[in-house]
Design a protein around this ligand. Structure first.
Ligand SMILES: C[S@@+](CC[C@H](N)C(=O)[O-])C[C@H]1O[C@@H](n2cnc3c(N)ncnc32)[C@H](O)[C@@H]1O
Length: 296
């Protein structure tokens, strides 16, 4: 494993490095491979200016930063921030088997065309498998730096991305500790096969596992959020994330990070336990939904 902490000679540069990202934990060979990102993605990355990063919600224990996780996380690292757990539900980039369907807007991938209420499109859900692995390894590497020793990462994934996510977790330096399942109760029927009724929580630790604290169940059966309570296409139930937050409760003053906060479910769940949490959400529209939930 080679740690890259400075600019490399131009011949070996790949778009991410031109922006001086710290790609700790990613093998050099792999970094070179990022060159095979789609031309449109490469263009976007090389020409991208630093986007606006701002804290749009702050209360005693919760704050929400609007911005790209890949810009916000290094800033938190530079400020020396530390967290006891990363609990997050990143975009899965999974809906649709082929590139054209995967590239579709989330509102058409995850909602039926006759849905009464359309949820806003969320970002980052159209990477192919290899760029998803590279991207996940990058943001997880920052999370690794931001965690205390023996801190925990809990990462949501679906069945299709499960192998990629566990690779990324380990590529970023975590010890992969296992998988818990979330039984969503409802799922589309799959004639002649099994319903995709579960999503998964891939979890790992920075160094050894904590070895103290609450022993959590390995599976959760909690219904999907429906009706007026649902504001985000990929919203997780607060009860589910509240259960996951219990993994930090042996600390005196636990602090949780969610780099992909969506409609703010992790912040709400942390608040229900009186735990400090910082969320990051790139989409201004979705960040506004989170603020709305946090204020009500
Ligand atoms: C699966 S959703 C999270 C949903 C959340 N668990 C909830 O209950 O509302 C992932 C979120 O990450 C956001 N996102 C995608 N790319 C991002 C990035 N680079 N930085 C920060 N947020 C990002 C998306 O806009 C989306 O809202």
């Amino acid at each position: 494993m080679i740690r890259i902490r400075r600019r490399l000679p131009r011949s070996t540069l790949v778009p991410y490095l031109e922006q001086n990202y710290i790609l700790s934990g990613i093998p050099l060979a792999y970094v070179r491979d990022i060159g095979f990102l789609r031309a449109s993605e490469r263009k976007e990355i090389t020409t991208r200016k630093e986007s606006k990063v701002r804290t749009i919600y702050k209360s005693k224990n919760q704050s929400l930063i609007q911005g790209d996780a890949l810009e916000v996380l290094p800033r938190l690292c530079r400020r020396g921030e530390k967290f006891h757990a990363v609990i997050t539900d990143p975009p899965y980039s999974s809906g649709g088997l082929h590139m054209s369907t995967r590239a579709a807007a989330t509102s058409s991938k995850y909602q039926s065309s006759d849905a009464k209420k359309k949820h806003p499109d969320f970002l980052g859900d159209n990477r192919d498998q290899r760029s998803y692995l590279a991207w996940s390894t990058m943001w997880l590497s920052y999370c690794h730096e931001l965690l205390v020793d023996r801190g925990i990462v809990c990462l949501f994934s679906d069945w299709r991305q499960l192998p990629t996510v566990s690779d990324a977790l380990q590529g970023a330096g975590f010890i992969w500790q296992g998988i818990a399942s979330w039984d969503k109760v409802n799922a589309r029927p799959k004639l002649g096969g099994f319903r995709q009724q579960c999503e998964f929580i891939v979890w790992g630790s920075k160094g050894k596992s904590p070895g103290v604290g609450t022993s959590l169940p390995g599976s959760f059966r909690i219904s999907l959020v429906s009706g007026a309570k649902r504001v985000h296409a990929a919203q997780k139930p607060v009860e589910l994330i509240s259960e996951v937050c219990r993994c930090t409760m042996h600390h005196d003053e636990p602090k949780i990070l969610d780099p992909f906060a969506g409609s703010g479910t992790t912040l709400l769940a942390a608040r229900s336990h009186g735990i400090q949490a910082v969320g990051v959400e790139q989409s201004p529209e979705i960040a506004a939904l989170a603020v709305n939930r946090l204020k009500n």
